[in-house]
Design a protein around this ligand. Structure first.
Ligand code: 13P
Length: 288
């Protein structure tokens, strides 16, 4: 069932768990994540970065593929198609393509322009029954060649953006995309707590889910995080499983070179990883 992320996240806040956003790159990725969600009866958000959207030939292809897979696979759990770190132009294209959710990352604009554009997009999303995520403070690490600074968001600024009527808010709390460095200081729960105090029931989003220790994830959920984004970890397990298949020479046995066989170990590794995360986030069984 394709839906916006609004209701699933409101339920997550009320039930003290988090819904996973898992980024997709192709058909195998999408099928794996949908399979994991259906088998665990978990709501799920499919994240699409602008780079991944381009790779899959455009947002219309992505939306049509997901909608058809949801139907053909008989997926009954709530699924949202969500633009990850969208530009203003990217958001407009995803609205047109029929996505059910967008993230507007207006951090490159001066605050007045960011607010004006966010308000305009909120109005369109409300009219179309879509959900919108905004970001306060840039989230570090590298994603699609964009390197953020990594910082802790200003709780007052979070309140200001939350009050515009966004459906979910991503706030930097020391998290970064990709692998965490050895000397990473960990999440700033002090910042998260201060943001939660001011924003109340607003679902908070934790980007950079890869490599955050389980106890920190659980504490973040306790403090109001209702959506957790995971991307790199699925890429790592996919690459590892594919490498093992090739290193074992399996692509040279019989028809082992058939892409449906070659990509299967990576596909299965994604299913296992996503299920493991859904268990950790507490979303298993929440879509029954
Ligand atoms: P990771 O790649 O670190 O899991 O981050 C994903 C993310 O935050 C997507 O927006």
């Amino acid at each position: 069932m394709l839906v916006s992320a609004k209701e699933m996240l409101e339920k997550a806040v009320a039930g003290h768990y988090a819904v996973g956003q898992f980024n997709i790159n192709n058909l195998e990725w999408t099928k794996a994540i949908l399979t994991a969600a259906q088998e665990t009866k978990s709501p799920v958000i499919l994240g699409v970065s602008e780079g991944a959207g381009k790779y899959m030939t455009g947002y219309k292809t992505v939306q049509a593929m997901v909608a058809a897979m949801v139907e053909e696979m008989g997926i009954t759990v709530p699924v949202a198609t969500h633009l990850d770190h969208g530009s203003y132009e990217g958001c407009k294209k995803c609205i047109e393509a029929g996505f059910t959710s967008i993230m507007f990352d207006g951090s490159k604009y001066p605050i007045e322009e960011n607010v004006a554009k966010t308000k305009e997009l909120i109005a369109i999303c409300k009219e179309k029954g879509m959900s919108l995520e905004a970001e306060v403070g840039s989230i570090g690490g590298e994603e699609d060649g964009v390197i953020g600074q990594g910082e802790c968001a200003d709780p007052q600024e979070c309140k200001m953006i939350a009050d515009l009527g966004v459906d979910m808010l991503a706030a930097g709390i020391g998290n970064i995309h990709g692998k965490y460095p050895e000397n990473w200081a960990g999440l700033s729960f002090e910042t998260l707590d201060a943001i939660q105090q001011l924003t109340g029931d607003m679902p908070l989003v934790l980007h950079g889910g890869t490599g955050i220790p389980d106890d920190m994830i659980k504490k973040a959920i306790d403090l109001g995080v209702a959506k957790i984004n995971v991307n790199t970890e699925c890429q790592l397990v996919f690459a590892e499983a594919t490498r093992q298949y090739i290193e074992a020479g399996k692509d040279q046995e019989g028809k082992g070179f058939d892409p449906r066989k070659l990509l299967k170990p990576g596909y299965e590794a994604i299913i296992e990883k996503v299920k493991e995360k859904m268990e950790l986030f507490g979303s298993v069984g929440k879509a029954e």
